[in-house]
Design a binder for this molecule. Structure first.
Ligand code: ZN
Length: 331
């Protein structure tokens, strides 16, 4: 019996080792040249992996998500998660430095309530100011971290917020059908918490406008690779920041419909790919900034979804660009 148990234990260890190995194997992606922009423009964003990004117009700075803890895969699988405050501070300090802006936030909008979008936002709002904008499920995460209610801007399925001259419209969208979707946080999510305790809540897409870019929105951010058919029927934008997470495991038809809804229906000219990265790897390590790696093939197939999108972009004459971490986009 003891022999049997040792053998079972050895097999289990091997299986876990194999799984961890698979989850650390990243397909290599060739970058695409071609996206330009106007480096003279004061409207710019700094991309920070997943759907995290910092926007500024030289007056106000605001974030989408601000997920910077990016705990390692072993921690995500085997432990309960917490905000990695030194790491978050290191990243946001570098963000302000690169944007050449004071260390003050006007606000943070949270795409949905999974940990890779929502976990660090309450801490960032408490440390650097601004309102935290999100659904009831995100509010429960903020409550779990003692964010003052006055700093919470609770939104329903549709909404609108202003950070300085920026206007951000929230519209209900859908999460990529990954198997980890659905559910609401109905009570405070106290940390540490397991990744699965962060329920999705409402999945938003964001439409950004700014008076210097005209009165209509100029950019659409689709954090998760899901959609509600017809969600963009009244939307026309120049630029789409397109979430890719999980897309590589979905059917050709699904990927084509996603492209149709997000890019063709909005008549966008430029598409930046976001949320394609392995978010269990840090943005800064030992003081050095790190380029992103794509999701392990066990979880996603980014080379496949990328091939399809390259084909569509050529066919439809749309400029396609894979955003890397710490890359600046000018509008
Ligand atoms: Zn998610």
């Amino acid at each position: 019996m003891r022999y049997f148990l040792s053998a079972l234990f050895a097999v289990l260890l091997l299986a876990i080792g194999g799984l961890v190995y698979l989850l650390k194997s990243h397909p290599v992606i060739q970058p695409i040249d071609g996206a330009d922009g106007n480096p003279q423009s004061s409207i710019r964003l700094l991309f920070l992996g997943t759907s995290s990004m910092a926007w500024t117009d030289d007056t106000s700075t605001w974030l989408i998500d601000g997920f910077f803890s990016r705990p390692a895969i072993e921690k995500v699988i085997f432990t309960r998660l917490n905000v990695d405050k030194p790491r978050v501070d290191e990243v946001i300090t570098e963000v302000f430095r690169r944007l050449n802006m004071p260390e003050v936030l006007s606000g943070i909008v949270v795409a949905h309530s999974h940990y890779d979008h929502s976990m660090d936002a309450p801490y960032l709002a408490m440390q650097y100011g601004g309102r935290l904008v999100g659904s009831e499920s995100t509010w429960q995460i903020a409550k779990g971290q003692d964010l003052p209610a006055l700093q919470m801007d609770l939104q329903a399925e549709q909404g609108q917020v202003s950070f300085g001259n920026f206007d951000i419209r929230l519209q209900e969208s859908a999460h990529a059908p990954t198997g980890f979707t659905g559910g609401f946080n109905n009570k405070p999510v106290f940390l540490p918490a397991h990744a699965l305790q962060f329920k999705e809540g409402v999945s938003y897409s964001f439409l950004v406008s700014h008076p210097s870019m005209g009165s209509a929105p100029f950019a659409l951010i689709q954090p998760s690779a899901g959609f509600i058919p017809g969600q963009n029927k009244d939307v026309r934008v120049n630029t789409v920041l397109l979430g890719m997470g999980g897309l590589g495991k979905l059917s050709d038809e699904y990927i084509a419909e996603y492209w149709q809804e997000m890019v063709l229906n909005t008549q966008a000219k430029t598409v930046y790919l976001i949320h394609w990265d392995d978010f269990t790897l840090p943005l800064i390590q030992e003081g050095k900034i790190k380029p992103l790696k794509s999701m392990p093939t066990a979880l996603d197939d980014f080379p496949r979804s990328l091939e399809l999108l390259k084909m569509f972009s050529k066919r439809d004459e749309v400029t396609l660009h894979i955003l890397n971490a710490w890359e600046m986009v000018y509008f």
